[in-house]
Ligand binder design. Sequence first.
Ligand SMILES: Cc1cc2nc3c(=O)[nH]c(=O)nc-3n(C[C@H](O)[C@H](O)[C@H](O)COP(=O)(O)O)c2cc1C
Length: 202
Amino acid sequence: MKLLAFVGSPRKGSNVEILIDKVIEGVHSKISASVKKIYLYKANIQLCTGCLACTALKGGKPCPLKDDMPRILTAMEQADGFIFGPPNHVHSMSAAMVNLFCRMQPLIKMSVERDSVGNIIGATSSTTISGKRAVVVVSQGDFSPCQSALLLRVLDSNIKDFKLVKVAEILSTGNLERAQVKDKAYDLQQAFEAGVRLAGVK
Ligand SMILES: Cc1cc2nc3c(=O)[nH]c(=O)nc-3n(C[C@H](O)[C@H](O)[C@H](O)COP(=O)(O)O)c2cc1C
């Protein structure tokens, strides 16, 4: 099994990454897997400029940005599953995680139906990563889970757009400080079990 883990926090080794590592541990407890972590704040992933070139509306052309993203998209197509780890930043996903989903748009293949004067009257879509498994790992500072309600909804919508199958979701709260989750046995256990599910065992 090949997995890609997207570390969406700018703080290396902090809450999100600790939880991601637990998920990976859960995977390895059941199967042998090759896991590659991608640090979104270190990778060369430029901001989407919104040109829409990659969309069906503009003919599905290659993204004009020259960076690591084509290589990452190929790795995603070759992977069996993903771990998405955004921290909560301003009630939302971290900027780098939002940008990842923007830059993943070339994976969506859409065919649009137009009327006789060119208006779009319908569309069907498929994706090149459809059916792959995903685990979502979120860490936030506040103790109230409501803080991440919007974030989790946006994540779910994107997972649906890319036709992924979410097998587990971890929301760890009260982690304002760096690496605070390291002593939270329950959250770490939940992350471990998410890894077991990602491995496809239960
Ligand atoms: C710019 C910024 C905005 C944040 N906004 C929120 C927020 O709206 N709600 C919340 O609960 N925590 C918020 N936090 C706290 C982080 O979600 C929390 O520290 C999280 O555990 C960070 O994960 P990390 O340690 O892996 O970076 C914010 C942190 C930063 C840096």
